[in-house]
Design a protein around this ligand. Structure first.
Ligand SMILES: *Cc1c(COP(=O)(O)O)cnc(C)c1O
Length: 347
């Protein structure tokens, strides 16, 4: 029996035996009373890792972004955000639906950044005609791309100088930090902290490349996290013996950060293998996400290719472009099987 190579997302990972053991043995309490030691340990750990006063364990990245935006903004406020950003495009419009907070989406540049002049131009003057611009929300990595650190500094300084709060959707913050560490030659946690230092709040997914089954964490000042805690309650996100999940998150932070480099190496291996296939336009992967476009007459074959791969026990998504995401449950042999199958398809 061949095993399935599932490259649809890094969310598909199964908890390892050691992680399950950490979950099974976690001390638990009722977190709505603030009594769950394992939740408190996780929140303290991530806050310290990223240099914040406080943190909040939440059920998902979507809930984390919602709590963050509604903590920074009131009804009739707006947040500046990229057209492709998850918290604008892929979260059901939650901030508008639940918070009456209006997004001000901006077109991203090819490198994933929002042009500084676009940000500045979108900040509304204090005038009754306009929503009050309150927040800049960035995302790193964005579609697997690392935003340049100098850019993060400039954009967040600009926002700060205009009185805007700054939120980072760092669902894959540690992937960004891993890529950045290879540029600067320093350590991943130091880079994660450096990126986080540009922002008032940072959201990190534990359930993606870090390999935990469920959960995200939102970091910020004590004051902002107290507000987020209230919003999490309203969103139905007060979880009781949540330590059984938080323990998996702590385990992931302790054991699965350094290994993200392996996922990045596998994405590169896949890109190198596929770049030899005619009809494929292969984008350079910065981290663990690889985008591939079909060229010329092959363009129409994308649905066919996805079905063909499925029949070979290889799962990928292709809503707009083919997307391959590497993670801890795929290995080099699996990646080589994908390269061989796709090469054969176009033969
Ligand atoms: C996955 C993701 C989220 C949302 O996380 P869920 O846990 O699926 O709600 C938010 N932002 C980014 C950038 C993501 O990749």
């Amino acid at each position: 029996m061949t095993s399935i190579v599932d490259l649809r997302s890094d969310t598909v990972t199964q908890p390892t035996a050691a992680m399950r053991n950490a979950m099974m043995t976690a001390p638990l309490g009722d977190d709505v009373f603030g009594d769950d030691p394992s939740v408190n340990i996780l929140q303290g750990k991530i806050a310290e890792m990223l240099g914040f006063e406080s943190a909040l364990f939440v059920s998902s990245g979507t809930q984390s972004n919602l709590c963050a935006i509604l903590s920074h903004c009131q009804r009739g406020d707006e947040y500046i955000v990229g057209q492709l950003a998850h918290c604008y495009r892929w979260e059901g419009g939650g901030a508008a639906v639940f918070g009456s907070v209006q997004p001000q989406p901006l077109q991203q540049q090819a490198d994933g950044t929002l042009a500084l002049e676009d940000i500045e131009g979108a900040i509304k003057p204090d005038d009754a005609h306009f929503a009050r611009t309150r927040l800049l929300a960035l995302e790193n990595t964005l579609g697997g791309k690392l935003l340049p650190f100098a850019y993060l500094q400039q954009a967040t300084q600009l926002a700060g100088s205009k009185g805007l709060a700054r939120h980072l959707d760092g669902a894959r913050l540690f992937n960004a930090a891993t890529a950045q560490a290879t540029i600067t030659g320093t350590n991943v946690c130091e880079e994660a902290r450096r990126i986080a230092s540009c922002f008032d709040t940072v959201s990190v997914c534990l359930s993606k490349g870090l390999g935990a089954p469920v959960g995200s964490v939102l970091c910020g000042s004590r004051e902002i996290i107290a507000r987020a805690h209230r919003i999490r309650k309203m969103a139905g996100g007060g979880m009781r013996q949540a330590g059984i999940l938080a323990a998996a998150g702590s385990y992931a932070l302790d054991n699965h950060v350094e290994r993200l480099a392996d996922d990045h190496a596998l994405a590169k291996r896949l890109a190198d293998g596929l770049s030899a296939v005619p009809c494929l336009q292969v984008e350079r992967p910065y981290t663990n996400i690889l985008f591939v476009d079909l060229e010329g007459p092959a363009k129409k074959q994308s649905a066919g290719l996805i079905e063909y791969l499925k029949s070979h026990d290889i799962l990928v998504t292709g809503l707009y472009r083919l997307r391959f995401v590497t993670h801890m449950d795929v290995d080099a042999a699996g990646i080589d099987r994908v390269i061989a199958a796709i090469t054969k398809y176009f033969l």
